[in-house]
Design a protein around this ligand. Structure first.
Ligand SMILES: [Zn+2]
Ligand SMILES: [Zn+2]
Length: 309
């Protein structure tokens, strides 16, 4: 049994990702891929200025993990018989929440190029919880550790590379924390993530198409950021990237939903997907769901990789 170590914390009050190594796998050589996609493109990516960072990196100085070190770290990797990402909805989801959940699963499937399956949901279990008031609201919060154990007991991960319990309830990891967006046990290959604080219309904002789009975009980023940790990626400190750490929702909102070239290379090696096919799928997803800015970025990225511009 590995000992949990904090790998990441996000937000304004924080998101936690506990990491524990348990895999015994031999690194394989890098899969062939378009090297152009793994090179820095100044028109599409932004380097992080570490000397001027007042957010996550100002508070938690982290180190860059080189590609070779990532391979040697023996991250969790899918295998042909264990390649699905399972999502277990926990507790109540309104129709609009369910819509966001369904899209998040679709997005994660394209992002990781792995089958993502939403299994039949469950009622919120009667696990450890507390009531906490903040921002003028009183919320019931569930502790993440017992929820991870609850998901584990469902026995869902046998044929899955990982299993994510997703809930609309608020979470906390331990008494000293105000809340947490998610926590994962790499040893168990189980994560629990919360969409509770991601909907701007729930915090006094008006319901609108823009608010709804922001809610879904946040859900996509949370799901992929946390699941990248599940695949052994640590926080990215070189480029603006979906794997950047954040100490607030504002900081997280400023992160793009995309992987930088370094993180793309790591994930491509891990999963072995076709980079172009992946980008094409994501471009269609953004277009179909009217995320104009993201669709345009993807179009430009594809053009530059394909044509070498
Ligand atoms: Zn993180
Ligand atoms: Zn990155």
């Amino acid at each position: 049994m590995g000992k949990p170590a904090i790998a990441a914390i996000l937000t304004g009050m924080f998101i936690l990702c506990y990491a524990a190594q348990s895999q015994v796998q031999r690194p394989s050589p890098p899969a062939p891929g378009p090297e152009r996609a793994f090179a820095f493109d100044p028109d599409l990516f932004t380097r992080i200025d570490l000397s001027a960072n007042s957010g996550w990196l100002g508070r938690f100085p982290e180190k860059h993990v080189a590609f070779e070190d990532y391979m040697r770290s023996l991250p969790i990797r899918p295998t042909p018989g264990r390649n699905r990402i399972l999502i277990l909805p926990i507790g109540d989801f309104r129709d609009s929440d369910r819509y966001a959940l369904d899209q998040t699963a679709q997005y994660a499937g394209l992002f990781f190029q792995l089958p993502v399956e939403i299994v039949v949901g469950t009622v919120m279990p009667d696990t450890e919880k507390r009531v906490r008031g903040d921002s003028g609201r009183s919320r019931t919060q569930y502790r993440t550790g017992p929820l991870i154990d609850f998901v584990e007991k469902r026995g869902l991960r046998r044929n899955a590379v990982c299993c994510i319990g997703l809930t609309m309830e608020d979470l906390y990891p331990s008494e000293s924390w105000n809340f947490v967006f998610g926590e994962a046990s790499l040893m168990k290959r189980i994560g629990v993530y919360s969409l509770n604080r991601l909907n701007p219309a729930e915090d006094g904002g008006a319901r609108s198409d823009d608010a709804d789009r922001l809610f879904r975009l946040r859900a996509f980023k949370l799901m992929t950021h946390e699941t990248c940790h599940m695949f052994g990626l640590t926080h990215c400190i070189r480029y603006e990237c979906v794997v950047n750490g954040s100490i607030s929702l504002d900081e997280s909102d400023a992160d793009p939903p995309f992987l930088c070239p370094d993180c793309l290379r790591k994930l491509q090696w891990n999963i072995g997907f076709d980079v172009i096919e992946r980008y094409r799928g994501l471009r269609e997803f953004w277009k179909k769901n009217e995320f104009k800015r993201e669709a345009e970025w993807m179009e430009k990225r594809l053009t530059r990789i394909s044509l070498g511009e």
